[in-house]
Design a protein around this ligand. Structure first.
Ligand SMILES: [Zn+2]
Length: 395
């Protein structure tokens, strides 16, 4: 098969595509967008013509040919009625109906955090395929064997990942990060995979509460390798480390914890999808937009997590009796400025450690215990090194 096209993510056809696929008349072809017409030919073949109205990345264009049955539904969302069309093999219809119950809560969750589903005119589809799945725009493919988790396993090992179907949730979240917002260069694929992977944390939280989301995010950090930077070289068709999934999601969670204001964090995610609606962008576009929602600047935080493989270490000495905390960053990039919010028995306390430079903070009596300090390593993607004695040196 040969499809001449401009094979680059920086450019998408402004007004969509028309896809026409001719197959034996016993089969159905399902492609992106909405079915425009089916042409019957005299030689026992049919041409299925699909039309996408919106800009689409060319890797999203797909054809799925099989003996499908159509299951139709509708979602009443932020953009009005959204057509939900599901194509599954006849024998799998009952299993599919069970998994498909997750679609509407998922759309509720994603429209809440990310904004309106980006392709109302083209509808939402889920189509069975023999492989695991893929985020084809308005034509998400599914092969997760009708099991929750990732092929029946919880990728985070926290247990929470078994409450939903990984492929339905992950591939559908790409409609916002990947298909609505597309990285211009594959060097910046973290924009697509990082926010999409973070959607898994948000969906766990949506179903099972805040602790579930935090534990899912923390558990999935085990998959981070820190083998090479997430952002690769630009303009040479290079992609970065597989850490673009879980490490980017850990970074996004750390930024959320540092903001300590979920409404503002949500406004940031909504703002990204609005500002970059159907657009192709770069990391610096994301950074600039996110900076307008955070009290701290993100350049050093992006340098640390996206362009380096070291994990920042918070060295600290904590005296419970004296309620005194002495702290500094080591193993971090120059100017690393991630604020840490310590949840105490009373109000949250924000500290902004500096690289190699000790600072101290004295808590009111009885405000904090050692566990609350240790919890920092769960809420932020950092390592803790507690010093039992305070020996302040300059290196
Ligand atoms: Zn993905």
């Amino acid at each position: 098969m040969w499809w001449p096209c401009k094979d680059h993510q920086s450019d998408e056809p402004d007004s969509g595509v028309v896809i026409a696929v001719r197959v034996p008349d016993t089969l159905t072809n399902v492609s992106n967008g909405k079915l425009k017409k089916v042409i019957t030919h005299s030689d026992h073949t049919k041409t299925w013509v699909w039309e996408v109205k919106n800009p689409i990345n060319n890797y999203s264009v797909s054809m799925n040919i099989g003996k499908y049955v159509l299951i139709e539904d509708q979602y009443k969302g932020l953009g009005g009625p959204l057509t939900l069309n599901y194509y599954f093999l006849q024998d799998h219809k009952d299993s599919a109906l069970v998994q498909l119950k997750q679609i509407k809560p998922m759309l509720d969750c994603f429209e809440h955090w990310f904004g309106k589903y980006p392709f109302y005119q083209d509808g939402y589809k889920l189509v069975e395929v023999p492989y695991l799945g893929m985020e084809h725009q308005s034509n998400v493919t599914y092969g997760n064997r009708f099991k929750n988790g990732y092929l029946g396993k919880d990728i985070s090992t926290s247990g929470w990942g078994m409450h939903w179907d990984y492929i339905i949730i992950h591939e559908s979240a790409h409609e916002w990060f990947g298909n609505n917002i597309t990285a211009k260069d594959i060097a910046d694929m973290w924009i697509q995979e990082g926010f999409t992977t973070y959607s898994e944390t948000l969906f766990s939280e949506w179903l099972d509460g805040r602790i579930a989301g935090e534990e899912y995010n923390f558990g999935s950090r085990k998959r981070i390798k820190n083998d090479s930077p997430i952002i690769a070289d630009y303009n040479v068709n290079a992609s970065g480390s597989g850490d673009m999934y879980f490490k980017s999601a850990a970074m996004i969670h750390s930024i959320r914890m540092a903001m300590n204001n979920d409404d503002q964090f949500r406004q940031m995610l909504l703002g990204l999808n609005k500002a970059f609606w159907h657009a192709t962008i770069t990391t610096s576009d994301v950074e600039r937009k996110m900076n307008s929602y955070t009290r701290f600047t993100l350049d050093k935080i992006f340098d640390q997590y996206l362009r380096k493989t070291t994990i920042p270490v918070l060295e600290y000495y904590f005296s419970v009796s004296g309620n005194k905390l002495v702290y500094r960053w080591t193993n971090a990039v120059d100017g690393f400025n991630l604020p840490l919010v310590i949840q105490t028995d009373m109000k949250p306390v924000t500290i902004v450690p500096k690289l190699n430079e000790w600072q101290e903070f004295t808590f009111p009596l009885g405000m904090i215990n050692a566990t609350q300090m240790q919890n920092l390593a769960k809420r932020f993607y950092i390592q803790l090194m507690e010093k039992k004695e305070l020996v302040i040196s300059s290196n």
